[in-house]
Write a protein that binds this ligand. Structure first.
Ligand code: ADP
Ligand code: ZN
Length: 593
């Protein structure tokens, strides 16, 4: 039972999660490994634990400095000798780490991929007793993935340079095609393949059509998350700043984050967020890759992401501690058009078609009515049952649809008869018989479609226009001009019908209530006191609070109120090393109340 003992001693856990043991056993028996497991599934432990049971040092290749840094800090907090070599250290520090490596004092070494192109470094590695390599975020080696990185491609040299050393590759997101590509690019020989279900049952997923700029929907959502940590993704740098300012005015502690900020500003915000000093980060996609903060309680997208891979990875940052977390996607037909125009300007390569196909899949997902978890799983070639409770499509009763074919035909006809030269607002004004100057000047009051659309309000017609965009019946060109597509022509001819969720034509009042998945009955006051203590310890040691103990561990303490060392060690997340460091303080704190 050496594995379980090591698990408890260093990590404080009593049991393995599904699939962890399979990978650990494969690594221990020197096999190559390829593991695909969603964010929060517990991949890190799959290589960290075998390292502790083997001779030698494990070299972990990871794409991001911040991620490596956080991992090293967390490992050291568990009493595990870990180090990193990167551009973050100066010459002297690097020499010291190299000396420690040669002296066998380090178990895990984190390095950036570009190091492996350096001949000197490769020679140095050959002097070390490397037990196995780890390639983290392995989807970056594949051009078919969504985050291909040049410096990762060269990792195919790893097996040339170290033909007998096993390689274990990990990623959270890979379709079967990407999985195959990873195995080929890294020259893995018949790797042990382990593919976890993508289903994250603690994530409550919802997607809504954005009403205007979506801010009212956002505020409603945030009311249910007062004081909790979360990320809000927006498209542009500027919008991160305006939205953060807007939220601050409304009492939400929000900070903007984007690639245009100074390194110092970015680092401060990152550190403040990780340390629970700032509640909400409003960010472009520049924020969050590899973030190792386990108590992110919500993720909001203010507009449609480019791909399901991106989306899944971004929402996956919520709830890594396994407690309930909520995600909200706000989207409009305009998002699809904007992204598509952007992609269409790219050079005509297979990559471009690929990007368009991915965008289409994302748009179908957002507007779709299938279980959200099931739809994501299906995209990654995984079949699961509908979640039943963890997404909006499962929890809101099958919405009633209404047939809007007639209205759609009126709108398409008006676009056609005004010469496909106008924006949607104008066309709607024609339909509603407006006396607007421009309409009169263009003599559009003489058209047969003039004034035939009074049964719907202006806002309702715009929604119908959105529906036509979603269906690909119209496209928006320069100056927001609407034109018909072949699909639109079919609808106009009457060979195809159009339906719409009924509630979209009525204004929605609030977001559906989230069901609670929680450790029930914990003492909230005690939990707050423990959180304060955790913050003090974290600040004193200059580490993030969750590295001391996770929210889940604190809640369990607040439920079971351990009275002594033994009882404390029963709690998930309390290992012997952590107990030696912080256990007594927490025991004293619980005893006092
Ligand atoms: P991933 O790298 O797959 O995104 P992590 O390795 O960061 O996930 O693990 C997510 C969380 O789950 C971490 O807080 C980790 O400590 C915890 N964890 C991992 N394995 C176990 C386990 N066997 N029992 C309980 N918690 C675990
Ligand atoms: Zn569902």
């Amino acid at each position: 039972m050496k594995k379980l003992h090591t698990l408890k001693h260093y990590f404080g856990y009593d049991a393995f999660r599904p699939l962890q043991e399979e990978v650990i056993d494969a690594i221990l028996s020197q096999e190559d490994v390829l593991m695909i497991l969603p964010t929060g599934g517990g991949k890190s432990l799959c290589y960290q634990l075998p390292t502790l049971m083997m001779e030698g040092v494990t070299v972990v290749i990871s794409p991001l400095l911040a991620l490596m840094h956080d991992q090293v800090v967390a490992l050291r907090a568990n009493g595990i000798a870990a180090a990193m070599l990167s551009s973050m250290q100066d010459h002297k520090e690097s020499r010291e780490i190299e000396a420690q490596l040669l002296a066998g004092e380090i178990r895990l070494l984190y390095v950036a991929p570009e190091r492996l192109n350096n001949e000197w470094f490769l020679t140095f590695l050959h002097r070390l007793p490397i037990n196995f390599f780890v390639v983290d975020e392995a989807h970056c080696v594949s051009e078919w993935g969504h985050e291909f990185r040049e410096d990762y491609r060269k990792l195919s040299r790893l097996k040339e340079a170290f033909p007998t050393t096993p390689v274990a590759a990990f990623t959270a997101t890979a379709t079967t095609a990407v999985e195959q590509d990873i195995a080929e690019q890294l020259h893995l020989g018949e790797p042990k393949r382990v593919r976890g279900s993508l289903f994250r049952d603690n994530l409550q997923i919802q997607a809504q059509h954005r009403i205007k700029d979506g801010r009212a929907q956002l505020l409603t959502f945030l009311k249910q998350h007062t004081g909790e940590a979360g990320i809000i993704y927006t498209l542009s740098r500027k919008s991160t700043e305006t939205l953060a300012a807007y939220l601050r005015e409304r009492g939400v502690e929000a900070r903007a984050y984007h690639a245009g900020l100074s390194t110092e500003a970015k680092n401060t915000t990152y550190a403040d967020f990780v340390a629970d000093r700032v509640q909400v980060v409003v960010a472009t996609i520049a924020f969050g890759m590899g973030i190792d903060k386990s108590n992110i309680r919500f993720v909001v997208h203010m507009s449609l992401p480019k791909t399901i891979e991106n989306y899944y990875q971004e929402i996956g940052r919520a709830g890594r501690d396994g407690l309930a977390a909520e995600t909200l996607l706000l989207f409009g037909a305009q998002d699809i058009v904007r992204q598509r125009n952007f992609i269409e300007e790219l050079p005509d390569t297979p990559y471009r078609d690929h990007a368009l196909a991915k965008l289409d899949a994302m748009a179908r997902f957002a507007g779709g009515e299938q279980c959200r978890h099931q739809a994501i799983a299906a995209y990654f070639d995984d079949a699961i049952e509908p979640c039943g409770t963890a997404c909006d499509n499962c929890t809101t009763p099958a919405s009633e649809k209404i047939d809007i074919t007639d209205a759609a035909r009126k709108l398409l006809s008006a676009i056609w008869r005004t010469g496909q030269r106008f924006g949607l607002q104008y066309v709607v004004d024609v339909l509603r018989g407006s006396r607007d100057q421009r309409i009169l000047e263009n003599r559009h009051d003489a058209l047969s479609v003039y004034g035939i659309g009074e049964e719907y309000s202006r806002a309702q017609w715009l929604t119908i226009g959105d529906r036509l965009l979603e269906l690909g019946a119209v496209t928006i060109g320069e100056y927001k001009v609407y034109t018909l597509t072949p699909v639109g022509a079919e609808i106009l001819k009457g060979t195809q019908t159009v339906a719409l969720k009924k509630e979209r034509l009525t204004v929605r009042k609030s977001t559906p209530k989230k069901p609670k998945i929680d450790l029930e009955g914990y003492d909230a006051d005690l939990f707050e006191t423990l959180r304060t203590l955790r913050m003090e310890i974290a600040t004193a040691n200059n580490i993030p609070p969750y590295v001391v103990f996770s929210d889940k561990t604190l809640k369990e303490m607040a439920v079971t109120r351990p009275k002594n060392r033994n009882e404390m060690l029963q709690i998930s997340g309390v290992g012997e090393v952590k107990f030696e460091r912080y256990g007594e303080e927490f025991l004293a704190c619980i005893g006092d109340l």
